[in-house]
Design a protein around this ligand. Structure first.
Ligand SMILES: NC(=O)c1ccc[n+]([C@@H]2O[C@H](COP(=O)([O-])OP(=O)(O)OC[C@H]3O[C@@H](n4cnc5c(N)ncnc54)[C@H](OP(=O)(O)O)[C@@H]3O)[C@@H](O)[C@H]2O)c1
Length: 250
């Protein structure tokens, strides 16, 4: 059994990864501010990573200061994790990232540029690294990056996506982190394409939320045209949207 530090252990996918690793008998060390570890300042990080066999980076260390340099702060958190892991002799590192971010249409999207920098840092780290790149998750149906909840309506960017369930992502990450023969890169997608406003409307309906969904143009036009669909060679994993919505309704 392994000791695995999970950065972002309290987040959407980190919670699910943590549950799977614990169920498999591994010792999970949470790395998040709620657990007393800050990836911006480094507070508590050495203590958390000491004795770990592997580190998973499923954090989303976005700066709270609107004037901060998103690329530096978000990529800097991953670099700090990598540097600390190397210093402490942790050999294995898995990063959760996003499909298609290398497309030039995202050159001026600071968050996607930060994710590119994270991927480069893993490749350059000298650690045995795996980058798990996924399409948007079903849970993206309520993500503030594209969805704004108002009192009387919900506005949703008209992205065309091919969502995958965060549960399925967690299954793959939890398996890969302890695999001896993991590749350095894996791409994952769900089985169906959908327009984000439709996905959000279906989720709100299942939740009994009567607010209408208003589709608005995506911030980057190519997002409406399929730039975020599954890349060639991606591993396609269920559930379908309908199956996922049924679990959300319970
Ligand atoms: N959402 C998607 O559709 C999607 C698709 C592909 C890839 N991804 C990637 O998946 C990763 C995880 O996303 P998510 O939606 O699961 O994240 P999330 O729900 O927003 O959770 C973020 C996690 O990061 C931790 N965190 C934030 N700032 C921190 C800091 N300064 N120090 C330590 N921990 C910090 C949070 O814990 P505390 O608040 O306790 O610090 C929390 O555990 C991200 O890298 C994202 O790019 C997301």
């Amino acid at each position: 059994m392994s000791r695995i530090a999970v950065a972002g252990a309290t987040g959407t996918v980190g919670t699910k990864i943590t549950a799977r690793l614990a169920a498999a008998g591994h010792t999970v060390v949470p790395v998040s501010r709620a657990a007393g570890v800050d990836l911006h300042t480094g507070a508590g990080l050495k203590e958390a990573l000491t004795g770990a066999d592997a580190v998973i980076d499923a954090a989303n260390a976005f700066p709270s200061d609107p004037d901060a340099d998103v690329v530096e702060v978000v990529a800097g958190a991953t670099r700090l994790l990598l540097d600390t892991a190397r210093e402490l002799g942790v050999g294995r590192f898995v990063l959760v990232s996003i499909c298609n971010i290398e497309n030039p249409v995202f050159d001026r999207n600071p968050y996607y540029v930060a994710k590119r920098e994270q991927e480069k840092a893993v490749a350059a780290s000298g650690l045995r690294g795996t980058v798990v790149k996924t399409t948007q998750w079903h849970e993206f149906a309520t993500n503030p990056a594209a969805v704004a909840f108002g009192d009387s309506e919900v506005t949703v960017g008209d992205w065309l996506i091919q969502p995958v369930a965060a549960d399925a992502v967690a299954d793959v990450v939890a398996e890969l982190v302890v695999a001896d023969d993991a590749p350095d890169r894996v791409e994952l997608s769900g089985p169906e394409t959908v327009r984000l406003p439709d996905l959000t409307a279906r989720l709100l309906s299942v939740r009994g939320d009567a607010r209408p969904v208003v589709s608005v143009p995506a911030a980057i036009p190519e997002l409406s045209e399929g730039v975020q669909l599954a890349p060639a060679g991606a591993r396609i994993v269920g559930p379908t949207i309908e199956e996922w919505l049924r679990t959300e309704a319970k």
